[in-house]
Design a protein around this ligand. Sequence first.
Ligand code: PLP
Length: 365
Amino acid sequence: MACLPELSLPRLLRPELAELSAYVPHAGEYRVRLDANEAPPLLGVEARARLGAAAARIAWERYPDATAHALRTAIAAKLGVTLPEVLTGVGSDELIALLMTAISGPRASRRATLLTTTPTFVMYRMSAKARGLGVVEVPLDASWGLSLPALQKAVELGEPSLVFIASPNNPTGTLADPDALEALVVAAKDARVGIDEAYVDYAERDHLHLYRKHPNVAILRTLSKIGFAALRVGWLVARPELVRELDKLRLPYNVGSVSQALACLALGELEADLKQLIAEVVVERERLTRAVGELSGIVVTPSQANFLWLKSERPAAEVWQGLAERGVLVRSFHARGGRLSHQLRVTVGTRAENDAFLAALGESL
Ligand SMILES: *Cc1c(COP(=O)(O)O)cnc(C)c1O
């Protein structure tokens, strides 16, 4: 290949890019992959056949329905909201990005700021940084719950434009305390508050009631963690005034026809299959929690999601290595340092995958 003359970019690009790195999933061959919170492949042959048949009916030569009308209608009906309150995206990641873009203008000559917790989903930080927002992260408390006084203080001092809270939270699997979350929503009444419920199907409670009661709340959900990560379909529920503005930023035809059609099927005809899948994962989650709890050298946080948050006595990097050598891939948080240096996150897989993980963990502790 000819040698290309070098391109000089630094003076053209946003300075924030220098601080960011591209999101690269862990490469390599592993017998058991439990690192990305995907659902196990539990859909039956009949459900798979129906998905195939629906895909076969797609008008391939046509652009998708730009307004995703059928999909949004299905979502609105499911949640008991109206069509103008629903916006669909290429995963909820796209909707997180749209919110950040909409809100990135300075307020009263101050740089717009995102307030969130730590640890939490890394995309909030990445998406905010990429758009030049300031980022304030308030640490979760000792039991990985919201630290309300610290959050209220951060609202008061930082006047954030946007607040993001995940419940259940990734990577801790913990639900936000509903009273604390509502107090935060009230304190941040001049901001938009995104409540990210990517794992809500595995949890005891949701926060739709906060959306109904408080106009500054937006709820985000996705199909990615309940068996359809391949589709890249997520949605946001917010007041029509906000949805209308976000819609101006959305790329036309963002959600493809295949994704729209199969997501409609997942939320409609295949609803019972999905419920079954979720129930099976919850049963496995509880079994895995008990089994890990019996091992010494490791403590598990009770989870409301499809993954477990583990604290090992040994440094997480060493436990991660031991698992990897035995063909089991999980996520370690040691690189983040501090109290995360002993933390690992493992996705609940099939029964066989979980048994393989348990055996490898026993040997790695
Ligand atoms: C996985 C995840 C998402 C992203 O979901 P997509 O719909 O796949 O973009 C959003 N929020 C949290 C907390 C997640 O863990």
